[in-house]
Design a protein around this ligand. Structure first.
Ligand code: HEM
Length: 265
């Protein structure tokens, strides 16, 4: 494979991340927040266990720190060096490398647990095709059928993000961090290129995911904080899953009960 320089990857990376942020700003400006259409039922159903939530935020926080230190190193030469000067830049670069290398293996372990834990939720279902045909609801304005995890999340966040980009970024990162196992210079070079491209692509996916999981969709964020969602959110965005819960005899609890249980020590 012909060598692609870090600067070339950095230039395309800036363009892609900038464009990604612009697209999200335009989507938000055009359609605002996706509301729970009938309003809240003020009754909630369980969605993510405490273990799943701790794991999610462990991986997410490490992802952010690794992205900031990684992108800081990649783009730092162009952006920080001219203003900060050589000495300050070198100090920052050393600190960023130390943090990045310290957290990298801990992040890789979290990613592995996430892949195993959530594989079952992300197996494609027959109705998932309908989700894409309807453009995830953005195109038709109707809410397509979805199980516990919708088809967009399955494809982008789980399979392309966690499984493919996650494997490429974590394995190449470990090869770069522990070079004493007889890797050739060529393997190191290839790992470096794949690490950068994989990390940039994954960051792009996570930008979209973080937007939809917070500002973009009413009712989503509390799923990963409190672990429960409003019944009307479940019916609107995950109709097949909501039906499954009802068939399993899960009774929605009033939100009052939820607040009381959160206040409990
Ligand atoms: C940085 C900010 C992030 C925010 C605000 C965020 C928010 C959320 C929320 C609210 C959910 C639950 C959605 C629902 O139940 O409907 C969720 C699920 C999930 N998140 Fe994140 N997240 C972030 C970062 C990440 C990162 C860095 C990763 C992986 C590297 C990740 C992977 C996942 C996965 C795999 C799911 C479950 C869906 C599935 O099983 O595929 N998230 N996130």
């Amino acid at each position: 494979m012909e060598h692609i320089s870090d600067d070339t990857i950095a230039s395309y990376g800036v363009g892609a991340l900038g464009l990604g942020i612009l697209v999200l700003v335009v989507i938000y400006a055009l359609q605002g927040r996706v509301r729970i259409e009938p309003g809240r039922a003020n009754k909630t159903v369980p969605r993510w266990t405490p273990f799943e939530r701790v794991l999610h935020w462990y991986v997410a926080i490490l992802f952010i720190v690794l992205a900031v230190t990684g992108l800081g190193l990649l783009f730092g030469r162009m952006t920080l060096l001219p203003g900060a000067g050589q000495e300050a830049f070198t100090a920052w670069a050393n600190l960023a490398v130390s943090i990045h290398n310290l957290l990298g293996p801990a992040f890789a372990a979290g990613v592995l647990v996430m892949i195993v834990l959530w594989m079952r939720n992300n197996i494609p279902a027959r109705y998932d095709w309908e989700f894409f045909k309807q453009g995830g609801g953005f195109v038709t304005g109707r809410y397509p059928p979805a199980g516990k995890v919708n088809a967009g999340n399955k494809l982008f966040v789980y399979w392309l993000g966690l499984v493919i980009a996650g494997t490429i970024v974590c394995v190449s990162g470990l090869i770069l961090e522990f070079p004493d196992y007889g890797q050739s210079a060529q393997t190191m070079q290839l790992s470096s290129t794949l690490h950068l491209i994989g990390a940039l692509a994954w960051t792009l996916i996570i930008l979209g995911h973080a937007y939809l999981g917070s500002l973009g969709v009413e009712g989503a964020f509390e799923a990963m904080t409190c672990g429960r969602v409003d019944v009307n959110f479940a019916k609107q965005h995950h109709d097949m899953w909501a039906e499954e819960l009802m068939q399993m005899g899960v009774t929605p609890q009033s939100s009052q009960t939820l607040e009381e249980s959160i206040d409990d020590p």
